[in-house]
Design a protein around this ligand. Structure first.
Ligand SMILES: *[C@@H]1O[C@H](CO)[C@@H](O)[C@H](O)[C@H]1NC(C)=O
Ligand SMILES: *[C@@H]1O[C@H](CO)[C@@H](O)[C@H](O)[C@H]1NC(C)=O
Ligand SMILES: *[C@@H]1O[C@H](CO)[C@@H](O)[C@H](O)[C@H]1NC(C)=O
Length: 514
């Protein structure tokens, strides 16, 4: 009990102005029988059923506050509503006493009949706007305006009626929960508020129910926690639900007011789907001359999940014993790109059967998810240039070898299946002296001019091989010809000498050096 009220009560006992509470129709059971001043509940009584009266009575047993009056909120009638009656035992019928009212709303909201002490509410009141009014009542001498007793304070309480419906202030809601969640998994919690009196009656006692969203979701009627109600909700089948929640006051009973809100529930993805190749067989044709690291074909495994859960990496798990192929994963397109790591040779192997596997990057509830497919690769013969048996030929020839002698042979062949005949030529800018010839058909190299080792010890020439079928298909080899020394030179004097000797020369005297 507020202190102010306690003091008030003490004052009143001091003045022996005891209060008589009349609770129509239970006036005979009022708790304070000997009080001299009464606050008599007025018009409110007319709006209370017997149960309401009972309620007041039971309150009285718990310590009825003497100096309160009640008025129902939202009352609208043709006449002002009687709130109650003040009475003092000084009022014994004498005409010269006068009741006066002061305080909150005195004269504007509440009026008092100065003769009878009847208090009326002149306006419709709203508890949610102002729940109680503190007023002062006093009895004065009508003629002299002298107070006949000290003023006393009392309160008019505006009594709640259920005139406010529950409101979801934070709605509409958006929530998410992982797909495949267990029944009972909490999704979110909603909250409704009710402006009515939370301590009086059930006008603000809310009960929650689900209007739309069954059988997928349920709501706890008291805590308003929304939970999963159906097992195995699959995002890949449906990923969004609109749930409509109702809050009803009066404890959910008939006649209560209600409010609704929506909760958009989105299912979030879990990795519950494997990757799946679009085809069981992929057929690719790789040109024999496909460059290393160049894409030769693409495979793709799709996954019904999203984001990381849909990502796979690709690997070759069979048929790649020689390590010719590799596969990389394009993280943008989620494709597996097949490439070669070693050159292809149509003439060696024309077909490959690879087993390619796609594996989810992220584990799912039942382990890693994978799928395999078969990739059949046919190698396409490319028109390749001739190939020399060696990149460089080293020939040796004695410097005095006769012209037209065969000093060596170069050989090239067309690697293609069709095998074109080959023609050979010497690149003349590597043999400006035209020292050598090559036989156009068989690659035999002959000497065209006599050699002189003392002039050139090496003759390094280039021989070109070209295919008859397509003379743009060419390749080259270096032929290094070493000229070998033979003893073909007599010693020679550096100059013609004309020595002369003096006639008086002595024996042993040097006269010239050669
Ligand atoms: C590849 O598989 C096909 C059947 O799918 C088969 O006919 C072929 O012989 C296989 N080739 C190799 C190189 O294993
Ligand atoms: C001949 O070979 C060249 C070089 O490889 C190629 O570009 C051209 O298409 C070939 N021509 C024919 C008729 O095959
Ligand atoms: C020619 O080739 C041989 C062997 O490759 C090399 O030793 C020599 O230096 C070369 N000579 C010239 C002039 O390039």
């Amino acid at each position: 009990m507020p202190k102010r009220l306690e003091e008030m009560q003490r004052d009143l006992w001091t003045y022996l102005l005891l209060v008589w509470i009349t609770c129509i129709p239970y006036s005979s059971t009022a708790p304070f029988a000997n009080q001299s001043r009464s606050l008599q509940s007025g018009a409110t009584a007319g709006h209370r059923g017997p149960n309401e009266g009972q309620r007041i009575l039971s309150r009285a047993k718990r310590g009825w506050v003497w100096n309160q009056m009640f008025v129902l909120e939202e009352f609208e009638g043709p006449d002002p509503i009687l709130v109650g009656r003040l009475h003092t035992d000084l009022d014994v019928g004498s005409k010269n006493i006068k009741y006066v009212l002061a305080g909150e709303g005195a004269g504007t909201i509440f009026s008092i009949n100065d003769k009878t002490g009847d208090i009326h509410a002149m306006k419709r009141l709203d508890r949610e706007e102002k729940a109680e009014y503190t007023l002062m009542a006093q009895v004065i001498n009508r003629d002299t305006n002298e107070p006949l007793e000290p003023p006393s304070e009392f309160i008019i309480k505006v009594q709640d009626i259920n005139d406010n419906s529950p409101q979801f202030i934070e709605g509409p809601y958006v929530a998410s929960v992982p797909e495949m969640s267990q029944v009972g998994t909490s999704v979110t919690k909603v909250t409704a508020t009710d402006a009515d009196d939370p301590v009086y009656g059930n006008s603000a006692k809310l009960v929650y129910s689900i209007l739309e969203g069954q059988p997928y979701f349920s709501i706890d009627p008291n805590t308003a926690t929304i939970g999963i109600a159906l097992p195995g909700m699959d995002r890949e089948i449906r990923d969004e639900y609109m749930v409509v929640i109702q809050a009803k006051d009066m404890g959910g009973h008939m006649g209560g007011l209600s409010g609704t809100t929506t909760v958009t529930v989105r299912l979030t993805d879990i990795n519950d789907n494997p990757p799946k190749f679009a085809k069981n067989f992929y057929d690719f044709v790789f040109p024999e001359d496909l460059g290393l690291g160049k894409p030769g074909g693409k495979v793709k495994a799709t996954d019904k999940d999203v984001g990381e859960n849909a990502k796979s990496i690709y690997s070759i798990i069979g048929g790649n014993e020689k390590g010719v192929f590799e596969i990389t994963t394009d993280s943008q397109t989620q494709e597996g790109i097949l490439m070669i790591k070693k050159p292809l040779d149509f003439e060696m192997q024309k077909h490959f059967n690879l087993t390619v596997e796609a594996t989810n990057v992220r584990y799912g509830p039942t382990g890693p998810y994978k799928d395999t497919t078969t990739v059949r690769i046919a190698v396409e013969d490319s028109d390749e240039p001739p190939i020399f048996t060696r990149p460089t030929y080293v020939l040796e020839v004695h410097e005095n070898t006769a012209i037209n002698t065969v000093i060596g042979v170069v050989t090239a062949r067309d690697p293609d299946a069709t095998g074109s005949p080959i023609r050979y030529f010497i690149d003349r800018h590597t043999d400006l002296e035209r020292q050598f010839n090559v036989n156009v058909d068989d690659g035999k190299i002959t000497l065209a001019k006599p050699l002189d080792r003392e002039t050139d010890m090496w003759h390094n020439i280039t021989v070109t091989a070209s295919e008859v079928r397509n003379n743009s298909q060419i390749s080259r080899a270096i032929v290094a010809i070493r000229v070998l020394d033979i003893n073909d030179n007599a010693p020679e004097f550096a100059a013609e000498y004309e020595p002369f000797v003096c006639e008086n020369g002595k024996p042993g005297q040097i006269f010239h050096c050669i």
